[in-house]
Ligand binder design. Sequence first.
Ligand code: G16
Length: 544
Amino acid sequence: MNVLTIPSQPFSDQRPGTSGLRKKVKVFQTPHYLENFVQAVFDTQTDLKGGTLVLGGDGRFYNREAIQIILRMAVANGVQRILVGQGGLLSTPAASCVIRKYQTDGGIILSASHNPGGPEEDFGIKFNTPNGGPAPEAVTEAIFSRTQTIERYLTTDSDPLDLDTKGSYSIGAATIDIIDPVEDYAALMKTLFDFDRIHQLFNSGHFSMRFDAMHAITGPYAKQILENMLGAEPGTVINGKPLEDFGQGHPDPNLVHAHEVVKLVSGPKGVNFAAASDGDGDRNMILGHDFFVTPSDSLAVMAANAHLIKGYADGIRGIARSMPTSQAADRVANQLGLTCYETPTGWKFFGNLLDADKITLCGEESFGTGSNHVREKDGLWAVLFWLNLLAVKQQSVESIVKQHWGDFGRNYYTRYDYEGIDKSAAEGLMDHLRNLLPTLPENNLEQYQVEFADDFAYTDPVDGSRSEHQGIRIGFTDGSRIVYRLSGTGTEGATLRIYLEAFEPDPSKQMMPTADVMQPLVSISTSLAEIEARTGRNRPTVIT
Ligand code: G16
């Protein structure tokens, strides 16, 4: 085996977004494009030399080729040991688990999450630090800055490795271990949840569920844990085979894209409980019979009931939510005498709070919940948490959530997405809102009185780092809110997100259709931002 030095030149567009570098597959296939980014990781994360790297992805198109490229580069850059998921597969939370369990020097995860896969679709890459979490901004900026000066990358002339057979292999001085992608993760789940009790629930004869893996990474994990370990009936996991193009679906677990499982939990023949996860297994959607749990409510319910779950029986230290996530979790924290941290969008902002033991649970409106067990959001973990809760409480999902609203008040919530709009129009719209901010406080917008209006900035309470321009917040005196921000995960044009939240403390008014409750906030938010005039759109692409 020989180490080769290949001359290269910078690409200007390699700054990671909300979660790593995401581009069309075709962009990643441009000669040297992937290699430059990977070399920038090795050049800046110097502990990898002589250290251990975890490597895996969500199995989407180009995953296998990328794994072979990165393996050769890792060997050439002096990585001593590389742990690779069999078949090149590792869900994002499982990668985080493996990075932590074997005290490695970090991991490279290949995924574009919930974005579609295939030759014309999306691919992505991100580096996770030794705590198992997505690299914080200081690290992603260092990687980006290195990509801007890169002149060469290192690789080897070694043959492709057989990714499908578990075992230990050597290339030069490096050892490559092809590991079972599910085993370590399943063992961790067993320490957190009462598997016997969930097993009894599945065998009670009056409970059944469906889990939609959406032909993405969680299929093998869900089959092993739900069907083999917990005794759920065969067929509980649907669309369980990971496919490179996700069966031409859009592996985003929401009411629109996971419609197959929504159907199975609806109507007189519907099952009691259903869930879905995304491309790389870190997102989740929770459904009761004819009942959708918003991700914001899911976090709040988990926080209020964590003491009932084995792994959290000693109580939780604190909670964090991303800024656009509803304030339902804040109400729980308040009652428990805990702090609820409000962070910018992006799981990377939870890492320091978890490492410093300031929080135990965290979550986002974008179908993500997690805890201190790993440093990524975790789809299947959330499903097991709910299963454990159902087994303990012996209540339906709907009655648990309605009881929660009765106790804490209901934060009605909806999100409007305007996808693929013109980038400069989107930036102009955000500037326009920023200019309006000083005029808003103490004004009335229809029946709402503005309490505060700002451009959200965050100072990390652990390391003092500052993140500016994280979204426009308009808060009203009754606890309702409008939030605007531009997505950092898209690969085409810009996506404007408007997040709306209306607080209702009165139980007699908590069963209204969300769309009706939200109507005044929808009209305020669209006219304030001059959406139609600025973007040419008279309706959003997706409403969740
Ligand atoms: C990523 C991040 C999340 C974020 C989501 C949406 O999730 O890890 O923290 O909430 O993107 O971000 P945006 O609103 O900027 O598109 P994932 O599941 O895509 O990795």
